[in-house]
Design a protein around this ligand. Structure first.
Ligand code: BMA
Length: 825
């Protein structure tokens, strides 16, 4: 196969305009308009509306090229678009060669008969997606989607969230966003190779199952496929035409925290009479990846089992990194996922309202040991399974399954986001499909649901990727609308905390088998807010701040949760800090509880990992890659060794201060979590301290045996404590006496605790070290720099009287500011 990239000489224009401007392919309309100064930053203030207006129009992209002779001489010549967003008419030399209507697919058009040896003109007309969805919805409003987005979006095979979501703006770009290639081929090509892995008694045998396309059906099938396997160190292990190969001394791939991520390479060369026709090369990892769902004393388990080991999934839900796709670079994606690895994640769920995971994303997950859960791209919407839609999505599934299946990180497929849950609710509360807010508007949608997620997709996964598990939806308890959010079976999306307004102490009332969504919102850091606001916009209830809050009135929800927990922060920057403390505390509270419930609970995937634009949201890392307090907290609560205190206190008994006086039981109830493959002997210490930090009681339990992959509960100790002015601190020490996990517990809401001024000072020791000193107990110390680039080895941590030295991981230790919970007033 000869490949010619067609990335030169492109120009573009709005269809009704005369003036052309330079275009970059791969690229998009917004990226070209921004580069040409034809539009303002769509993320600034309320510029979103102007950006949206631009997509009422069609755009024309055009280039000219002269094909290389090598291509022209080929038996078959194909024009390949690796990514077209979304509705596109493609003309070559004025001849319509094809139409595209799915941005999740690769589009190939035969051009042998249209291509000329001289200069060719390729024209791509991008049709307005906004017009398309408007007309489609007008025609049949029975096809609905989540009200946070533009109605009609589910008619289009384009990331739904581009049309708005409860964290996303309505900025639906269009473009030729991936490579355009002219492919010249003779005889045939390699469509794909399935590398089946047989693991037995420590042995690993690879079985190569080639999918070869021979163009001329009448041709003989006298071709050869030669396989070369290379080990992680780059040594060629074999070059063979056999279709099985036993790997010597197999090095297994493990999720982050369980082992290494050695990557082998498998190459296949298709040849005929010694002439190479095509080649295929992928990295693989040797592992078994299962989803264990067995009946047990608690119901039915739901856990990732890798190489026979049950993994407690720790991670977050991933959404597209930008509305403007050219801004999503390999470097940016790797950075985001490296941050996940460094925060002890071992899993990421690619949410169904966005895109299928990119090759950059999967490469990073393969290298960092992040198990990938991929939803098929359906979310919070209903679909009409017309024959055209059926054919379109089947090809989408086939292409993406073939592309993704060789990645070792791929751990689970799920049919869609939340559709079983919503349909089950509609079926129960609105059996006649009359409720205008319901997702089911016509009976056919019920059968279409089954056809898509419980028939078509599972069969295609079984056919093309039989060694990767599949579930019909998230959440699910197995399918068939059978109580998808059951606490004791399957995965759960738990939203009583946040959407349901429940306090985060609520998490402890449940023992979910696997949480694939739960979350809490916070504002991004000040520097990020400055990137979309003018000073006069910096009020939580300003038009611009609420335009960058897409979960209706949620700035009010954050304030209401603030009232439950903290004193009223008097300044804007303190309100930002307090919101981040709320998010960090709620996620810590939840994750620590479920880790202590191991093995009944085997997963906590937090909603959401990242942002698509600068916004108030559930993200842990904001649009500019800045770490919110919850990200620093995750580095602690996802640590392989974790000490959890599930104390009894006024917060777990009676929060109504107007019912005072009442008796409150206070206790220390410690659990040692060991998410490593090694048995450990750990020591625990805890203290009751005065608000100043002075210890008034000290306890130690030495040499506690904590088996690998377990949670060990110590007996609950009832304590006498003055909840207004005393707190508990606790530490877990390893065999060498080093502190591997620590924390503090207040026995009353922070707003009522009599914090003393910790008099925190910062000393910049050198470019990469800062010493923090507190004279008194300091809760959740925030250290920020004016530039907003500072990343530290730790932040938002508690400090007993004394000092700590932090490492500077990024940015410069300049123009620093410090704050702690004492300052929330
Ligand atoms: C769930 C997700 C997303 C949504 C999030 C927060 O529904 O699947 O659709 O953004 O909750 O509301």
């Amino acid at each position: 196969m000869v490949t010619m990239k067609l990335h030169e000489n492109w120009r573009m224009k709005e269809a009704n305009e005369a003036e052309w401007s330079t275009a970059k392919v791969p690229g998009t309309v917004y990226a070209d308009y921004l580069a040409a100064g034809k539009m303002e930053n769509p993320y600034w203030r309320d510029n979103e509306l102007k950006a949206l207006e631009l997509m009422e129009h069609d755009y024309i992209y055009e280039t000219t090229f002269t094909p290389e002779a090598e291509v022209l001489n080929k038996e078959k010549i194909v024009l390949r678009f690796n990514g077209l967003d979304t509705l596109a008419d493609v003309d070559l030399n004025g001849v319509r060669i094809g139409h595209a209507d799915n941005e999740h697919r690769v589009w190939e058009f035969d051009v042998k008969d249209v291509l000329t040896a001289g200069e060719n003109t390729l024209t791509v007309t991008l049709l307005s997606s906004v017009n398309f969805i408007r007309e489609a919805f007008k025609e049949d409003p029975a096809i609905t989607m989540s009200t946070d987005g533009m109605q009609g979006a589910s008619y289009l095979r384009k990331a739904h969230c581009d049309f708005g979501w409860d964290w996303g703006a309505r900025i639906p770009d269009a473009g030729i966003f991936k490579d355009v290639e002219l492919l010249g081929m003779d005889y045939g090509r390699i469509e794909s190779i399935y590398v089946r892995q047989l693991h037995e008694d420590g042995k690993v045998t690879l079985q190569f199952e080639p999918d070869i396309i021979v163009f001329d059906r009448k041709a003989d099938y006298d071709y050869t496929v030669t396989y070369t396997v290379t080990d992680p160190e780059g040594n060629v292990l074999v070059t063979t035409t056999d279709t099985t190969f036993e790997v010597p001394d197999p090095q297994l791939w493990w999720p982050n925290g369980y082992g290494a991520q050695p990557l082998y390479t498998v190459q296949a060369v298709l040849s005929r009479s010694g002439v190479e026709l095509d080649r295929w090369k992928r990295r693989i990892g040797l592992r078994t990846m299962e989803l264990t769902r067995v009946k047990d004393q608690w119901g039915e388990s739901f856990c990732h089992t890798v190489n026979g080991v049950s993994v407690f999934a720790m991670g977050a839900d991933y959404i597209p990194e930008d509305n403007i796709k050219p801004f999503i670079t390999r470097e940016r994606t790797f950075k985001l996922l490296k941050d996940c690895k460094d925060a002890n994640f071992n899993a990421v769920r690619v949410w169904g309202g966005g895109m299928y995971a990119s090759e950059d994303f999967l490469d990073a997950c393969d290298e960092y040991g992040l198990m990938v859960w991929q939803d098929f791209c359906f979310a919070c919407a209903s679909y009409d399974l017309t024959p055209e839609f059926d054919a379109n999505i089947r090809e989408e599934f086939r292409q993406n399954i073939l592309r993704m299946r060789s990645h070792p990180s791929l751990g689970l497929w799920s049919g869609n986001n939340e559709m079983e849950q919503f349909f089950a609710m509609s079926m129960r509360y609105d059996p006649d499909h009359k409720d205008p807010r319901g997702y089911i508007r016509k009976a056919s949608q019920v059968s279409d649901y089954f056809a898509m997620y419980e028939y078509i997709i599972p069969r295609m996964v079984m056919e093309y990727d039989p060694q990767t598990p599949y579930i019909p939806s998230s959440p699910t308890s197995g399918g068939g609308y059978d109580d998808p959010n059951d606490e004791h079976r399957g995965d759960v999306h738990y939203w009583d905390v946040w959407h349901g307004g429940k306090p985060f102490t609520e998490y402890r009332k449940f023992r979910f088998r696997y949480l694939s969504e739960f979350g809490f919102q916070a504002f991004p850091t000040m520097k990020t807010i400055e990137a979309f606001t003018l000073p006069e916009d910096r009020n939580l209830f300003s038009y611009v701040m609420e335009k960058h809050q897409r979960n209706n009135n949620a700035n009010g929800i954050i304030m209401r949760y603030m009232q439950q927990t903290y004193q009223l922060p008097s300044t804007f920057d303190k309100q930002i800090y307090t919101s981040q403390m709320l998010q960090a505390e709620s996620m810590r509270y939840g994750v620590e509880h479920f880790r202590a419930c191991r093995p009944e609970s085997m997963g906590t995937i937090i909603w959401q990992l990242n942002d698509i634009w600068p916004v108030a949201s559930w993200a842990m890392i904001d649009y500019y890659g800045r770490w919110k307090a919850v990200y620093y907290e995750a580095r602690r609560f996802f640590a392989p060794l974790l000490l959890v205190n599930e104390e009894a206190s006024v917060m777990t008994q009676n929060e109504n201060i107007n019912a005072e006086p009442y008796d409150i039981q206070n206790s220390v109830k410690l659990t040692l979590c060991n998410e490593t493959m090694q048995d450990r002997k750990l020591t625990v210490r805890w203290q009751i301290r005065e608000a100043c930090g002075k210890a008034v009681r000290e306890e130690e339990v030495k040499d506690i045996a904590v088996p690998a992959l377990s949670a060990v509960h110590l007996d609950e100790v009832m304590i006498d404590i003055d909840r207004f002015s005393q707190y508990v601190s606790y530490q877990m020490l390893d065999e060498q006496g080093a502190v591997v996990s620590e924390g503090t517990t207040l026995y009353i809401q922070p707003k009522y605790f009599r914090f003393e001024d910790p008099e925190i000072t910062l000393e910049v020791l050198d470019d990469t070290h800062i010493r923090v000193t507190a004279q008194k107990f300091a809760k959740n110390i925030q250290i920020l720099d004016e530039a907003g680039e500072l990343k530290l080895s730790d932040n938002y941590f508690d400090l007993q009287p004394g000092s700590r030295v932090l490492e500077v991981l990024a940015g410069k230790p300049e123009d620093l500011s410090v704050m702690s919970v004492y300052d929330i007033r």
